[in-house]
Design a protein around this ligand. Structure first.
Ligand code: FES
Length: 106
């Protein structure tokens, strides 16, 4: 499925991410800047914070408590559509997903 990573300046990088990989892994494996992922995907760092396009909100996995807590500690402001990209597994339904990266992750 294709995931569209939009950086803070508005530049979009579309990447084909394998099913089952996380949105964070798709970015890191392809050198997409703007997702740092210091903890490697354990929901422990909040440096993979993204703003998910609201049209996809209903298709996302539910947010766990740890993710919820970590998002409060993210370097950039938390919004209603904030998620940790390491907690979003890519599914067929998420084909075309748009995630916007915050100004800063650290
Ligand atoms: Fe650390 Fe997502 S990679 S919280």
């Amino acid at each position: 499925p294709q995931i569209n990573y939009v950086d803070h300046s508005g530049t979009c990088t579309p990447i084909m991410v394998p099913l089952g990989d996380s949105v964070m892994e798709g970015a890191v494996a392809n050198g997409v800047e703007g997702i740092v992922a210091e903890c490697g995907g354990s929901a422990m760092c909040a440096t993979c914070h993204v703003y998910v396009d609201p049209t996809f909100s209903a298709l996302l996995p539910e947010m766990g408590e740890v993710e919820d807590t970590m998002l409060d500690l993210a370097a950039s402001e938390r919004h209603d559509n904030s998620r940790l990209s390491c907690q979003i597994r890519v599914t067929e339904a998420l084909d075309g997903l748009v995630v916007r990266m915050p100004e800063s992750q650290i």
